[in-house]
Each structure stands twice: as structure tokens, then as C-alpha cells.
Design a protein around this ligand. Structure first.
Ligand code: UTP
Length: 293
């Protein structure tokens, strides 16, 4: 496969976010703040820092505020500028200028594979980087950039992000089978969705970052409903593997947070708050006091 194609980033955000109810009854989970910044902005920042400028959101009914967030807000901008609140002004305009955005809708929540398929017309012949907005990765070099480099180095058709998990955790993830070919590169032979600990072929779990050529759409078009009656991305990737496409897993450097559940969401908030110069000392003191109670 040629690796010189333009890359479009696709962010599937059409899910219901039931694990974060009741908050997600009226607020898309992607806009829930990590400290003071919507989680999805951190995803767009990773995309932009990886050299990609075109971002496609796959949204659904009730999630229009995601698009509003990345749109200009002239009235608020002029009010902030009249009040000389330039740092807030910069904060609200940066996400608008940072990338080019297109939104597509997924009318019915027929699964992650189906959500990605909704982007086929805007992605066209470009390669795609798929980022699941629940997975936040704090890394020196953005996870997506690490994967793009792995793809250049290996010439693989598809690249997924991998993370080593504890044996009792394998049943929550897609797990890969294959061989480690270098310190961080894993040659994938097959994948199993949510295996039990004793049936897992490895402890390398697939995390929400993927690189594909537009070939993926051909496979998604042929993918039938799978687990949960949904069109599963894993099934399409499996078909690619069976067709002899080369898949590489990349054991990224960085820390990953799953903000799609309450505990992971809290953990991410604490992690990012403790990284903030103005918050870290008072927060440490407060936590110390809490724990001493
Ligand atoms: P999840 O399995 O996390 O589902 O989807 P969810 O709806 O977001 O959250 P819960 O499980 O109800 O709490 C993984 C990713 O796939 C997207 C979601 O938005 C999320 O980013 N997705 C899933 C869609 O866009 N459409 C779908 O039909 C299913």
C-alpha cells in the first residue's frame, strides 16, 4: 500500500454514552470537561499535533453541540475582547482555527463499524486515522504520530494502538495474536474480541487509535451484523487479515485513560489537573487533607 496518501481523521461520536448517565442525557460525553476542556478537544489536539488537519465527526441526534463547540462564536468573542479577557478569547478561538471540520450523521446506532462507514464519502480515497474519543492518551509524542511513523517504517496496511493489560483485564478488550517483531512493533495474525483470560492469545489489547487506507470501506460494506447486533470494526479488520492485508500493532509510549466510564473519567481529570502548574500544589494539599479525614 502507498503510504503517501493524505490522511483524514475520523472521530466516531454517535454513541449514547450510557455509562456516564445521567450527565449524558443532555450533554454529549465527548464534551464533558477534563478539568476545563472538553475531552474531544484533547483528541483534536492529538490529531493536529500529528500533522493532520481534516477532521470528520460522526455524530447523531442530540449531539449538535459538538459541532457548535468547534464553530466560531462571534458574540462571545466580541464580549471577551471588549472586556480584555484575551486568554479566554484565545481558548475559545483556538479549537476553531486548529483544523477543518466536517460532520456526518449516523442515523441509527448500528455500531462502530457502521459509524466509520458513514464517513466514506468525505474521506474518499484518503487514508483514515480513526480515534475513539473515550481514549485519551497523554504522551510526549502524540500516539497517532507514533503510529504514523510505525506505518512508514513497516509499510503495514493497517496499524492499531496496543497496550499491555493485566490478565484479568483482557476480557474487556480486543486482543491480538501474533509476534513481537521489535520493542514496540507487533505483527498481527488475528484478533479476538473480549476473550476470557485463559483463551486470550496475548495480553496486548487494542486501544482506540487506528490507521487504515480507504480500502477499509470496502470491507465495512461487506461486514454483517456481529456481536450485539452491531456492525463491528473488529469484524472488518478480521476480514482484512484473512485477505492477507498486513496489520501491525504499535505498543505506544504514553498513558491512556478511558473516559467512557465514571472511574476512568475521574482518573483522567485528576491526572490532567495534577499536570497544571496553577492547580497541582493546591490539589495535592486538598487530596492529602481528604485522605486524612
Ligand atoms: P462505546 O461502546 O463506548 O459506546 O462506543 P457508547 O455509546 O459511546 O458508550 P456506552 O457504552 O453506551 O456507555 C465506542 C465508540 O464508538 C462510537 C461511540 O461514540 C464511541 O466513540 N459509536 C458506537 C458510534 O459512533 N456509533 C455506534 O453505533 C456505536
Amino acid at each position: 500500500m502507498e503510504n503517501t496518501h493524505h490522511v483524514t481523521a475520523v472521530i466516531p461520536a454517535a454513541g449514547l454514552g450510557t455509562r456516564l448517565l445521567p450527565a449524558t442525557k443532555a450533554i454529549p460525553k465527548e464534551l464533558l470537561p477534563i478539568v476545563d476542556t472538553p475531552a474531544i478537544q484533547l483528541i483534536v489536539e492529538e490529531i493536529v499535533a500529528s500533522g493532520i488537519r481534516d477532521v470528520v465527526f460522526v455524530t447523531a441526534r442530540g449531539k449538535e453541540s459538538i459541532i457548535d463547540y468547534f464553530d466560531a462564536y462571534p458574540q462571545l468573542e466580541s464580549t471577551l475582547s471588549e472586556r480584555d479577557q484575551d486568554s479566554f478569547l484565545a481558548k475559545i478561538t483556538e479549537p476553531v482555527e486548529m483544523a477543518r471540520y466536517i460532520a456526518v450523521r449516523q442515523g441509527r446506532p448500528l455500531g462502530l463499524g457502521h459509524a466509520i462507514y458513514m464517513s466514506r464519502e468525505v474521506v474518499g480515497d484518503n487514508d483514515l486515522a480513526v480515534l475513539l474519543p473515550d481514549d485519551l492518551i497523554d504522551a510526549q509524542v502524540p500516539c497517532l504520530a507514533q503510529m504514523m511513523e510505525a506505518r512508514r517504517a513497516t509499510g503495514a496496511d493497517l496499524v492499531v494502538a496496543l497496550m499491555e493489560v493485566a490478565p484479568e483485564e483482557v476480557s474487556k478488550y480486543g486482543i491480538v495474536a501474533g509476534t513481537l517483531t521489535s520493542e514496540r512493533t507487533f505483527s498481527i495474525e488475528s484478533m479476538v474480541e473480549k476473550p476470557s483470560a485463559d483463551r486470550a492469545p496475548s495480553r496486548y489489547a487494542i486501544i482506540g487509535r487506528y490507521l487504515f487506507s480507504s480500502d477499509l470501506f470496502k470491507y465495512l460494506a461487506q461486514t454483517q451484523k456481529g456481536a450485539g447486533g452491531e456492525i463491528q470494526l473488529t469484524d472488518a479488520m478480521d476480514a482484512m487479515l484473512r485477505d492477507g492485508r498486513r496489520a501491525v500493532g504499535y505498543l505506544f509510549e504514553g498513558t491512556r485513560f478511558d473516559t467512557g466510564n465514571v472511574f476512568g473519567y475521574l482518573e483522567a481529570n485528576l491526572h490532567y489537573a495534577l499536570k497544571r502548574e496553577e492547580l497541582k500544589d493546591p490539589l495535592r494539599t486538598m487530596l492529602g487533607e481528604f485522605l486524612a479525614r
